[in-house]
Design a protein around this ligand. Structure first.
Ligand code: ATP
Ligand code: MG
Length: 229
């Protein structure tokens, strides 16, 4: 489903004299419906890696294959379609629009491609997903009225509204207490199974990471497969 082959990423330093090599030859793959966690210290390049997986950023060298297609060979329109339709993102901070209701926030990704979905179908799926995450009663409320954990649930629903094939989450529980964090993780795992969406989660918590099928750790620019027994 998603494969990274010898992916490297470096940033120009301030002034451009030196390069900061963040990723130095990362190999990774996740199959349809599989789940994987990426752990590693702060600054090790986890977000950089996830952004490359989600076509939000480009590698300096190496190949990213999404369903066998080389992302480097795609035009901006095709990339935009993949980002919107095939990949769902959840970030550490929910990035919900404060002036929109929960329902409106969830429907935003469906607005870009009106042909994929009728607005009725989209609203039906949104209502079903909101019910599944326990937020049925909250659809007309605004994000400011919700707890941190509830907001993150809305962000998860929004990420799944277009039935993506891949769900990428960057520290989705980073701003939550332990119980709410566990809750969001359980939800991601449940949706990984029921929606058959591949799941990659970046997390600081090795304990939570252990709940996913595979764990990788990012160490000195290289991704190490921490095989589980
Ligand atoms: N746009 C950028 N330009 C220059 N350097 C960058 C850029 N983005 C990230 N970096 C550098 O790349 C390194 C990795 O950053 P990244 O955000 O990927 O780490 P991370 O593992 O996600 O960290 P954290 O756990 O704190 O979120 C850091 O040294 C960071 O300063
Ligand atoms: Mg990060």
């Amino acid at each position: 489903m998603l494969e990274l082959i010898d992916v490297a990423k470096s940033y120009e330093s301030c002034g451009g004299a030196e390069k900061l090599a963040v990723l130095k030859g990362v190999n990774f793959n996740v199959g349809t419906g599989q789940s994987a966690a990426v752990v590693g210290p702060s600054g090790s390049g986890k977000s950089t890696l996830l952004n490359i997986m989600g076509a939000l950023d480009y590698p300096t060298s190496g190949t990213v294959l999404f369903e066998g297609q080389d992302l480097a060979g795609l035009g901006e329109d095709e990339l935009a379609r993949i980002r919107n339709k095939d990949i769902g993102f959840v970030f550490q901070l929910h990035h919900l629009l404060p002036q929109c209701t929960v329902m409106e926030n969830v429907l935003i990704p469906t607005l870009a491609d009106k042909q994929a979905y009728s607005s009725q179908e989209a609203a039906k799926r949104a209502a079903e997903l909101l019910e599944r995450v326990g937020l049925k009663e909250w659809s007309k409320h605004r994000p400011g009225e919700l707890s941190g954990g509830q907001r993150q649930r809305v962000a998860v629903v929004r990420a799944l509204i277009n039935r993506p094939k891949l769900l990428l989450a960057d520290e989705p529980t980073g701003s939550l207490d332990e119980a709410a964090a566990r809750n969001i993780f359980e939800l991601l795992i449940e949706l990984n199974h029921t929606e058959e969406v591949s799941l990659v989660v970046v997390t600081h918590s090795v304990k939570l990471a252990g709940r996913l099928e595979r764990i990788f750790s990012l160490d000195n620019g290289v991704l190490v497969d921490g095989k589980k027994d």
